[in-house]
Design a protein around this ligand. Structure first.
Ligand SMILES: Nc1ncnc2c1ncn2[C@@H]1O[C@H](COP(=O)(O)OP(=O)(O)OP(=O)(O)O)[C@@H](O)[C@H]1O
Ligand SMILES: [Mg+2]
Length: 372
């Protein structure tokens, strides 16, 4: 039996707005679960229902095998970090971190020990006597995290806790959070719309869209075996290339927006049978920008397909270019090493290993599995 069990949780807000549909999740103790999805997909709603700040319209929520649907927030053994920190402005960092222990009636010595310990973990040891108004955004964020860690709750809920930080501090805090997770035994549920945060922090990711779970899996599974077109496009930057096409003989023909053929390659053997029903079309191929290359490579043992193309757009990112390659009027995005001498308008030969291609059913959006 898992530690936190969400069974077919639904949420309907007043005015008949259904924000969450049949949400199911089983989380073990110590897992780091990240909920990711576009704005408005229901992430905060799920977190707030777990915290008890929002009533559950349907389904069952169990914590440690106990149904908590109607349990008061204070009885749930849960700590929550909000996006806007919600610190007590009239209390020092010390008292903010120790707050939950104070109201629990812990002894002064115990509170002191815990606050010292936690403040070192979140890098605020030298700031214990400051008030929130004399802290930077990043420091406030750490106080909020410290306060929730000190509570020693079984579940730590975090709603976009890094969103107010600049890029550098965000990355640093992300790494600290990851290290912290290894020290804590708490189960963490973390909400973000940042796919990099999701990929780097999570032991498992829950991808959501419009109130529905699209996929639950490890970062590796989500990236390499996306359940559908939505997940494939949401994770990965720049986004995966999607091209409609059809099967002809043992080849796949990819088409531009005018449905003219622009790519044609031999279908990997494992897909021959599963793709049999797509001779009239209805197929979408997915190819990640990082799977396309333009430099000459030693054979990787795969089955490479090469085609002629023109460089349409070129964005230098530092070590790499984001390039747009034109194939018969279709723009394929691609990542190219900045070491290459390449210019806009240049003709190049691009290649990819056909085994790296994903296929999706156009109607259902579901990924078609190969047969090994
Ligand atoms: N109190 C409310 N009353 C009615 N509708 C609400 C309420 N709170 C949220 N919603 C709606 O429920 C849906 C999900 O909202 P939610 O805040 O959970 O999204 P989110 O995934 O956290 O988005 P974001 O990334 O923007 O924070 C949205 O369509 C939102 O408008
Ligand atoms: Mg939200």
């Amino acid at each position: 039996m898992s530690y936190l069990s969400l069974k077919n949780i639904n949420k309907v807000y007043p005015g008949d707005v259904q924000a969450v549909f049949d949400f199911c999740l089983e989380a073990d103790q110590g897992e780091f679960i990240v909920l990711v999805g576009p704005s408005g997909c229901g992430k905060s709603t799920v977190l707030r229902m777990i915290a008890g700040l929002e009533a559950i319209s349907g389904g069952d929520m169990l914590l440690n095998e106990k149904r908590i649907n109607d349990m008061a927030p204070s009885d749930r053994n849960i700590a929550m970090v909000f996006q806007d920190y919600a610190l007590y402005g009239n209390m020092t960092v010390y008292h903010n971190i120790g707050f939950s222990l104070t109201i629990r009636g812990e002894k002064e010595a115990r509170i002191h020990e815990k606050v010292m310990d936690v403040s070192k973990t979140v890098g605020l040891y030298d700031y214990l006597n400051r008030y929130p108004k004399a802290l930077s955004g990043g420091q406030k964020q750490r106080v909020a995290m410290g306060r929730s860690i000190a509570k020693e709750a079984g579940i730590l809920l975090m709603d976009e806790p890094l969103s107010n930080l600049d890029a550098k501090l965000r990355q640093q805090t992300r790494q600290e959070l990851s290290a912290l997770h290894h020290e804590l035994s708490s189960t963490i549920l973390y909400v973000t719309h940042d796919q990099i945060e999701a990929m780097t922090l999570a032991s498992r990711i829950v991808v959501m869209n419009e109130g529905h779970i699209q996929q639950i899996g490890t970062p590796y599974e989500i990236y390499h075996t996306p359940a559908n077109i939505f997940t494939a496009s949401f994770i990965g930057s720049p986004g995966i290339n999607l091209m409609k096409g059809a099967v002809e003989g043992d080849h796949f023909t990819g088409m531009n927006r005018e449905e003219k053929p622009v790519l044609n390659f031999r279908i990997p053997r494992k897909f021959l049978k599963p793709l049999e029903d797509y001779r009239k079309g209805g197929l979408v191929m997915g190819l990640r920008p990082e799977s396309i290359y333009t430099e000459k490579k030693e054979s990787t043992g795969g089955e490479d397909y090469s085609f002629n193309t023109v460089v349409n757009t070129l964005e230098l990112l530092g070590a790499e270019y984001n390039a747009g390659l034109d194939v018969g009027g279709f723009n394929l995005s691609c990542r190219i090493s900045a070491d290459q001498a390449i210019g806009k308008g240049q003709n190049v030969t691009a290649s990819f290993d056909v085994n790296k291609v994903h296929f999706f059913d156009e109607k259902t959006g579901l990924r078609i599995k190969g047969q090994e």
